[in-house]
Design a binder for this molecule. Structure first.
Ligand code: KIV
Length: 262
């Protein structure tokens, strides 16, 4: 999937389906399921590295996981998250770090924020780096919000998010993720833009949807937000399999003669 194809979905009213991935095996499974866009999210800080938020994820972490995903992806558009502090300090650092993610195989990058990052988005776009915006409950600002809380509930905050979305579009963003905002506001933003919106906890009116893969598969259950629908229960399956394995080795039921070399 290319950036123009991705954007064409909105004009053709075809839903965009995205999911996160962090390694080669799951990238292959995601592609086999026919999903055409993969986000190497900095959510890996939580679901892969076991941290309580995404703030400690580094450029080195993102480069490593982006390389794994991009190396395995045959058709999917690979979008890499820019981690905390990789784009906030200066435009120069932002462009260099975004370029490094493209050098290891990403087609596009995603960064969080509105007005504050518009100059970064403009610079990257000017140098040929496709940028996805991310508005609403942006996890890198969790401390400012005092937790993972729905954003844009008040009219003035909602108006600010609409203005941010329009600024990101004007700066050249090819799409915007809307996270944890009221469905009505997501609809308003979606209808006011020509670029696609991708929702996560933003109701059914966005041009596309994204979910964290381990949430969708029911692998990660430390914290399951209201907007997550687990389509499988892989943690329960894994637990069952591992307990059975332990039991059968203890009881001498595994390995059997047919599972041994002679
Ligand atoms: O890091 C991530 O996985 C994300 C998605 C939740 C949008 O930013």
């Amino acid at each position: 999937m290319t950036i123009p194809e991705f954007q064409r979905h909105k004009r053709e009213r075809k839903k965009l389906i995205l999911v996160t991935a962090y390694d080669a095996l799951f990238t292959q499974i995601v592609e086999e399921a026919g999903i055409e866009a993969i986000l190497v999210g900095d959510s890996l800080g939580v679901v892969v590295q076991g941290k309580k938020d995404t703030l400690s994820v580094t450029m080195e972490d993102m480069l490593y996981h982006t390389k794994l995903v991009a190396g395995a992806a045959k058709r999917a558009l690979v979008i890499a998250d820019m981690p905390f502090l990789s784009y906030q300090v200066s435009i120069e650092e932002a462009v260099r770090n975004a370029g490094r993610l493209l050098q290891v195989g990403a087609t596009a990058v995603k960064l969080e924020g509105g007005e504050a990052v518009v100059d970064r988005v403009e610079a990257m776009t000017r140098f040929g780096i496709p940028v996805m915006g991310h508005l609403g409950m942006t996890p890198q600002s969790v401390h400012r919000y005092g937790g993972y809380k729905v954003q844009g509930k008040e009219r003035d905050k909602a108006d600010m998010l609409i203005a941010d979305a329009k600024s990101l579009e004007a700066a050249g963003s090819f799409a915007i993720v809307l996270e944890a905002i009221p469905a009505k506001l997501a609809k308003e933003i979606t209808e006011s833009l020509t670029i696609p919106t991708i929702g996560i906890g933003a109701g059914p009116h966005c041009d596309g949807q994204v979910l964290v893969l381990y949430d969708l598969l029911g692998l990660f259950d430390d914290f399951v937000p209201k907007f997550v629908r687990p389509y499988a229960h892989l943690k329960a399956d894994a637990l069952q399999a591992l307990r059975r394995y332990k039991e059968e080795v203890e009881q001498g039921k595994f390995p059997t003669d047919s599972e041994s070399y002679h």
